[in-house]
Design a protein around this ligand. Structure first.
Ligand code: ADP
Ligand code: MG
Length: 489
């Protein structure tokens, strides 16, 4: 597919309307600049065919290191694997009878599933061509007689579900999460400007990698439910707690605004280490009904902190963050804030809210400048660091592979130095992450069954209203268990 096939969106203030303007804007650090091309559903279909045509034969090119997570929605798992050169990959392994031979046979076999693994790889391959830094790069797709292996760039610091498990809600936690949330606003905004809605944004689908100069960089993963359609109907997508309420109505919903709601739930869950509710379906969860009746602010005044000593949420959430949450998690999509997308002129833009504004310019402008360097490198010298799109020819892949080898070594050395520096500054968190996840999963299971373990304070008690009795616990759900896995036939 020709890169220039994309529609050009109408120019809007602060945005590039074409390649050269955009590159210039990026180089100048104007964070509103973006690729200036917008994806259409037809491009997405073509991109799926393109990636399916580049599948390579699996003959154990990568060595298994350890299992990272289940990938239940895709009937598979994600493993950490390593190349003979020591490069690490997160490899999503899925059965061929799920993947089928490509997007067409997949859609014929599973016409009603909202999870589409070929869409996942196709979208990332397109974003990769834009040098978009907030996705894990797609390295290659392999296949043997029984399974398909999708090799992704490995994000070494796990997903947001396991982020800073031991850091209590409050000022310090908010300060630490600010750069990540600003990046998330930027990344999802970019997706929307590109014409894609993710529709499965969650703590588990945002992973953490190393950014420039010892910083962290969020990466969006799992685009299997993503769409290039702005208006969707009868498509309830994502994990229960993150679903925008309007997804359940008979009307069509705006896929950008449903992402925005999920971003709000991510912020909430990151800040207080809990989900606001189990479900956003009317009548499906009393916590949700309470917020519907009294609003989020009133909820935080009554709701106890899950891992706290009896504090209400309002006591640990800053008013600035609460303002952002109220806007993003508005039940009525007409009242919901946006991430600064050019399609809205009058909607509240959370980038202008105090909490985001404080971190956005500093965080994203700095990263955008680094991204701009990357874009510059791509065009000026065809940087060996540029990931090789999976749609390139095998010859191209080989050539680039040689160049990449030297670059990878250099990167590894840099990473090693950064890691050493980090370790000196703070105690390492990566090792404790899997354990934290298990602990929280089990806490969540306990909270649902009403039992509690001795090492865990009882969950948010006391939110009782005569008109609307709120259950005393929700806990972070073990989301993979709550999701419905598409049937494998
Ligand atoms: N590139 C990656 N780097 C690190 N961890 C990853 C990566 N990709 C996936 N994971 C881990 O594996 C989990 C499942 O992967 P995902 O692609 O989201 O599968 P599923 O479609 O089943 O949700 C993620 O939540 C994350 O913890
Ligand atoms: Mg996932």
């Amino acid at each position: 597919m020709n890169d220039r096939d994309y529609d050009t969106p109408p120019a809007s203030p602060g945005q590039g309307s074409g390649d050269s303007t955009t590159r210039q804007n990026l180089l100048e650090g104007k964070v509103n600049a973006y690729c200036g091309r917008r994806l259409a559903p037809a491009h997405l279909e073509q991109a799926q065919e393109d990636v399916a045509n580049e599948v390579l034969r699996w003959n154990g090119q990568l060595d298994f290191k350890k299992k990272l997570q289940e990938a239940k929605r895709n009937h598979g798992r994600v493993d950490l694997m390593e190349s003979s050169k020591g490069v690490k990959f997160a490899v999503k392994r899925m059965p061929n009878r799920w993947m089928q031979d490509g997007p067409r046979p997949f859609n014929e076999r599973y016409p009603n599933t909202s999870e589409k693994p070929w869409v996942d790889v196709a979208i990332v391959s397109l974003l990769q061509k834009e040098s978009f830094q907030y996705v894990c790069q797609l390295d290659a797709i392999y296949r043997d007689d029984s399974d398909t292996f999708v090799a992704w760039e490995f994000a070494p610091h796990g997903d947001l579900f396991a982020w800073e498990d031991d850091l209590k809600a409050g000022k310090e936690r908010e300060a630490k999460m600010l750069p990540l949330t600003c990046q998330l606003v930027y990344a999802v905004w970019y997706l929307h400007e590109f014409g894609i809605a993710h529709r499965d944004l969650s703590l588990e689908n945002v992973v953490l990698s190393d950014g420039p100069n010892g910083t962290s960089r969020i990466k969006l993963i799992d685009f299997g439910m993503a769409t290039a359609d702005r208006s969707c109907k009868d498509q309830v997508c994502g994990k229960q707690s993150y679903r925008a309420p309007e997804m359940y109505t008979a009307d069509s919903y705006d896929s950008f605004l449903s992402d925005t709601f999920a971003v709000g739930v991510i912020f909430y869950a990151l800040a207080v280490q809990d989900y606001p509710w189990i479900s956003t379906k009317r009548g499906g969860c009393q916590l949700f009904e309470y917020v519907n009746m009294y609003g989020l602010k009133a909820f935080t005044e009554r709701r106890k902190l899950r891992k706290g000593n009896g504090e209400n949420l309002i006591e640990v959430l800053s008013p600035e963050l609460l303002e952002v949450l109220i806007s993003l998690m508005a039940f009525n999509p007409a009242e919901r804030g946006c991430l600064g997308e050019s399609c809205w002129k009058d909607r509240a833009n959370v980038r202008n809210f105090r909490w985001i504004k404080k971190g956005f310019d500093k965080e994203v402008a700095a990263l955008a400048r680094t991204d701009a360097d990357c874009v510059k490198a791509n065009f000026e010298e065809i940087s060996p660091n540029t990931p090789v799109p999976v749609t390139s020819s095998p010859e191209q892949r080989n050539d680039a592979g040689k160049e990449q080898k030297a670059k990878e070594k250099e990167k590894e050395q840099k990473e090693h130095k950064t890691k050493e520096k980090k370790e000196k500054e703070q105690k390492p968190t990566s090792e404790k992450r899997p354990e934290s996840r298990e602990r929280r999963d089990s806490a969540s299971r306990n909270s649902k069954t009403g039992s509690s373990s001795p090492d865990k304070p009882p969950n948010s008690a006391g939110l009782v209203n005569p008109k609307c009795v709120v259950p005393t616990s929700s806990g972070k759900e073990s989301t993979r268990a709550v999701e419905t896995t598409p049937a494998l036939t």
